[in-house]
Design a protein around this ligand. Structure first.
Ligand code: HEM
Length: 421
């Protein structure tokens, strides 16, 4: 047995640069998408012989699976146990417990908070950029601090400096563990448990501090200054907090890096975004961001399990039987490239129908944090894209560095000359 280590959790240490990282990057960024797109053409619902697996790559089949959430349930119960995270909505079926958690979260994280999120994101991004000339590590020096500013100033979760990196890494690794597939290896189990060890104590300390001295301008302060609520216990709050942080940091960090990658590698995309930013058209900025995210999506698969023997594609020539217990690997990025429904899917085309972008899922488990994500992404990209001429890759570090499934360092050369008024 390995001796217990007291070193703080580090995603970068677990994924050191080198051949293994490069091979896994190549497999995930090049081989897997190519294979999935081929599968989408040949068999959008594909049962893998000798396994319990059905791969869903078609646009219509993905929407069918997602819209039939009672027939195709979420299969994450074992994984949330390992993360000690009861009550995570995406791991719950359509039960009273799900609706209770969902309603509690919606009461605490209110739509009107968007203005506050926007203010914090804008102020933080602009302050960073006001002090940054010539070069910037987009992920570590802009995205991470902006995301964390929302956690601290809006949620009311202060993260001590020495715990910041393990906290951030722990959230990213926890999410990676949750969505890493139908089988749990010993190594994955250990990584998941170690990752989350750096997260729960920070949340517990933040709740204790907010209880002792509630600041009603924060989400936690709002909870504690509202008086006891028997319907929303502290145990539920704890789970909700993990949900709104664990669902937020990994997705937004991942999405930001991938979107920037698209803008840097496609002139038309960068030009569209810069024009939208300079015209102060936030709606167009958001549309461009969502299109870039469709082009370069954050995660290869999300998962479902057949709750009973059933069919997919009833009434079509592609009707497929799906037996109870089968695990469905649903590939959103491939579905959003399905040529049967999306014209020229490789093109960056902000003018296409928004109905083909399923970046936040579809129907029952549709993302609860979409408005927070949209607001933060718009503010971060606006801040960096006001620079004229457009940001480019730094000459000396043209390649992004990835850590596991996450874009980690993305070096930008910024123009010194002018930040737009
Ligand atoms: C660009 C950023 C984001 C992307 C691409 C994204 C994507 C998604 C997707 C695809 C789903 C559906 C998963 C499924 O049905 O299997 C989902 C659900 C969810 N997301 Fe997000 N998300 C983002 C940001 C956020 C943020 C900021 C939060 C929290 C503040 C969040 C919290 C959640 C939660 C809790 C669910 C489950 C909702 C439910 O079960 O009803 N996400 N997200």
């Amino acid at each position: 047995m390995k001796p217990a280590t007291s070193e703080p959790f580090s995603l970068a240490r677990r994924n050191p640069p080198g051949l293994r990282q490069n091979l896994s990057r190549f497999a995930f960024a090049v081989v897997l998408p190519a294979l999935m797109r081929l599968l989408c053409r040949l068999s959008p619902v594909c049962r893998i012989p000798g396994t319990n697996l059905v791969i869903i790559t078609g646009f219509d089949s993905t929407q069918e699976v997602y819209s039939r959430h009672v027939d195709f349930e979420v299969p994450y119960e074992e994984r949330v146990k390992i993360l000690r995270w009861q009550g995570f909505v995406l791991a719950l079926q359509d039960t009273p417990e799900y609706h209770d958690m969902y309603d509690n979260i919606s009461r605490l994280w209110q739509p009107a908070d968007t203005t506050r999120v926007q203010e914090i994101a804008r102020r933080t991004a602009e302050t960073i950029l006001a002090e940054t000339w010539e070069e910037l590590d987009f992920i570590q020096d802009l995205v991470k601090p902006v995301l964390m500013a929302i956690v601290e100033q809006h949620y009311g979760v202060t993260v001590p400096d020495e715990q910041l990196q393990p906290f951030f890494d722990g959230n990213l690794a926890g999410s990676g563990f949750l969505f890493s597939g139908p089988w749990i290896t010993k190594k994955q189990r250990e990584t998941g448990a170690a990752a989350i060890d750096g997260v729960w104590p920070v949340l517990d300390a933040a709740m204790a501090a907010a209880c002792a001295n509630p600041d009603p301008t924060t989400v936690l302060g709002r909870y504690y200054s509202g008086g006891p609520d028997p319907a929303f216990s502290e145990a539920k709050l704890r789970s909700a907090l993990m949900t709104m942080i664990g669902g937020y940091l990994p997705t937004c960090a991942n999405a930001s890096g991938r979107i920037m990658d698209v803008l840097l590698s496609r002139k038309d995309a960068m030009q569209f975004m810069q024009e939208a930013v300079h015209a102060k058209q936030d709606d167009s900025v958001l549309t461009g961001l969502m299109e870039a995210l469709r082009v370069n999506y954050i995660i290869p698969f999300l998962w479902r399990r057949a709750a009973q023997d059933t069919y997919l594609g009833e009434g079509t020539t592609r009707r497929r039987t799906v037996r109870k217990g089968k695990i469905l690997a649903v590939s959103l990025p491939t579905a959003m490239y399905d040529r049967r429904r999306i014209e020229h899917p490789k093109r960056f085309d902000p003018g296409r129908s928004p109905a083909v972008r399923m970046v936040y899922g579809h129907q029952f488990h549709h993302c609860i944090g979409a408005s927070i994500a949209n607001t933060v992404l718009v503010e971060m990209f606006k801040a960096v894209l006001t620079r004229q001429p457009a940001p480019a890759r730094k000459a000396k570090n043209r390649k992004n560095r990835w850590v596991g499934a996450y874009p980690w360092n993305l070096w930008l050369a910024l123009s010194k000359a002018s930040a737009a008024p």
